[in-house]
Design a protein around this ligand. Sequence first.
Ligand code: FES
Length: 189
Amino acid sequence: MSLTKGNGDMNPAAQESTGFALAEEDRAAFAGIVDRYPTKRSALMPTLWLIQDRHGHVSDEAVAWTAAQLEVSEAKVRELISFYFMFRDTPQAKYVLQVCHNISCHIMGARPLLAHLEKRLGVRVGETTPDGMFALEGAECLGACGMGPCMLVGKHLYERLTPERIDAILDSMRRGEPLPADTDRDLED
Ligand code: FES
């Protein structure tokens, strides 16, 4: 059975055969994503964002599920995951903080911001906190050079960061209610 656009139905055979399923509350979001595009395959990128946002990474099971739902090959799904550095196919920290340290952000204070994050989290760049909550990474240009220093967390881009704002964001993540980002990225294939 094919996914019927706009009504939230999904391919039940795919769910049974892949062992992956979206949570009840995410099914409407998935149907809404598919409904935005003229073809199912065009919904691939935002579907991967949705899965990673909820699960922290895109597992093998999720790859198979996505391919079946959107009628593309698993190789195509894996190609996108490996091409875009924001996607991950193995379990990561709950929040992977990617802080831009390229030239514009560097000029606007990325270095002291990273130092502040290292102090607050008790880890160095490239490390994960012992509780698995945060991973801290440096990143090349995130495409928001006029709004630096900036940090990408999954699809969520936080801009014009200050130590105070970083503290508020970390606290909100620890509460499980992350502050809204300045920009949510929905890259499309
Ligand atoms: S240099 Fe940081 S976003 Fe471009």
